[in-house]
Design a protein around this ligand. Structure first.
Ligand SMILES: Cc1cc2nc3c(=O)[nH]c(=O)nc-3n(C[C@H](O)[C@H](O)[C@H](O)COP(=O)(O)O)c2cc1C
Length: 370
């Protein structure tokens, strides 16, 4: 199975299966001398860890990270990168492979079971093998390291919709995101989602969600106008997260409803003569290059496919059968996709900063020389 690597200069290769002994990543191209701590990587992983509320899978994985290459102790504490590949390993400790024995020969609707067999002719039925979202833990570890390439930049994510219920954006409060089990920025929506998702969970069903990721203080100039567009790379990164079925940047699909007057972000002179944008319909990217305004992306996560209701399917011999998930069940995987989305934003930005430096140096070409 090829294609386990993403990024060009900040290159992340992930490995391992859901029910193997461990998963992990190798980050190649990380600049030397970046100071970080294992605790920082762990803190990022802890935000994605399963089993933290009744609304996420009860698989008990401590997700403890071990950093096994690419670092030296920093003279002032913690670690520093050496410029060689950084390998981070996370052991799987709560596999329960027997949960999958009964469905080993059948294709779960909404999962990659059939397509895996169609392509490779062999698959690990235990939790989906490589197609399991367990792999996303390794991206979160890589993202925490990527953040060190971008001091001064802030990346934050939030859940803005579960099923039919959207937050009220006028009540958006980033501080609220850490206070609830949903990464919800609107305190008043939390009890509404709680009741709604409890109903979904008790009925054995599932529901989709929308995640929003915002990066602030990104310098202007990252990205390239044609085949290295920042927005295209972000879209690929978010689309590459399990269960993601749509990505928007800025106004996204809503841009189709707007007029030119409504959509184009007007500019005025700001500090030190730099332009400021009076709005941000573009979501921080013009012509594939960052504008310096916040990068705003949203992605839609489909409802969890493993549900308790029996579904029609076929087995690997073509016989018709029914299938339903027993045991652990996650009513909305969009919740745990929030830290994964943040990590992908960090990785794409780290990659683009290094690509930018490689071609044009440290600073954007602004202000223009008269
Ligand atoms: C953090 C996260 C956790 C997930 N956990 C589950 C899960 O417990 N059950 C499930 O059916 N799908 C889960 N998924 C989604 C599946 O991995 C995904 O739908 C499946 O591999 C098919 O791939 P696709 O939806 O991208 O086409 C999860 C996705 C994410 C992002």
């Amino acid at each position: 199975m090829s294609f386990n690597t993403f990024g060009h200069m900040f290159r992340v290769t992930t490995f391992g299966e859901s029910h193997g002994p461990a998963i992990g990543c190798v980050v190649d191209g990380c600049p030397p001398g970046l100071r970080f701590t294992q605790e920082e990587i762990q803190a990022a992983l802890d935000r994605r860890r399963p089993g933290q509320s009744r609304f996420t899978t009860q698989r008990r994985e401590p997700d403890e990270v071990r950093i096994i290459s690419g670092t030296l102790p920093h003279p002032e504490g913690g670690l520093m990168t050496t410029g060689t590949p950084v390998t981070m390993l996370i052991e799987n400790v709560d596999q329960r492979s027997k949960d999958y024995a009964a469905i080993a020969g059948s294709y779960r609707p909404g999962h990659a079971d059939y397509t895996y067999d169609a392509k490779y002719g062999i698959r690990d039925h235990r939790g989906g093998g490589r197609s399991s979202a367990r792999e996303t833990a390794t991206r979160v570890a890589a993202g925490a390291l990527a953040a060190k390439v971008l001091p001064g930049v802030t990346v934050r994510g939030a859940l803005v919709r579960i099923g039919e219920i959207e937050i009220d954006r006028s009540r958006w409060d980033w501080a609220e995101v850490a206070n609830n089990a949903f990464f919800c920025p609107d305190a008043e929506t939390v009890p509404v989602w709680t009741d709604y998702l409890d109903g979904i969970r008790k009925s054995g069903s599932s529901v989709g969600a929308v995640v929003e990721i915002v990066a602030e203080d990104v310098p202007p100039g990252l990205g390239a106008p044609l085949y290295g567009k920042l927005d295209a790379d972000l879209a690929a990164a978010f689309m590459g997260i399990n269960a993601v079925k749509g990505v928007e940047i800025g106004e996204g699909f809503n841009a189709a409803r707007l007029t030119g007057e409504q959509n184009a972000d007007e500019m005025r002179r700001g500090n030190e003569g730099r332009p400021v944008f009076l709005s941000n319909h573009a979501g921080g990217v013009l012509g594939g290059i960052s504008t310096g305004a916040p990068l705003v992306a949203r992605f839609a996560v489909k409802p969890t496919s493993s549900i308790l209701t029996p579904r029609q399917t076929v087995d690997k011999f073509g016989a018709e059968t029914d299938i339903s998930t027993k045991g652990r069940h996650d009513p909305c995987v969009g919740i745990r996709a929030v830290p994964v989305g943040e990590a992908m934003m960090w990785c794409v930005l780290a990659d683009h900063v290094l690509r930018h430096r490689g071609q044009v140096g440290e600073t954007p070409h602004w202000p223009a020389n008269p």
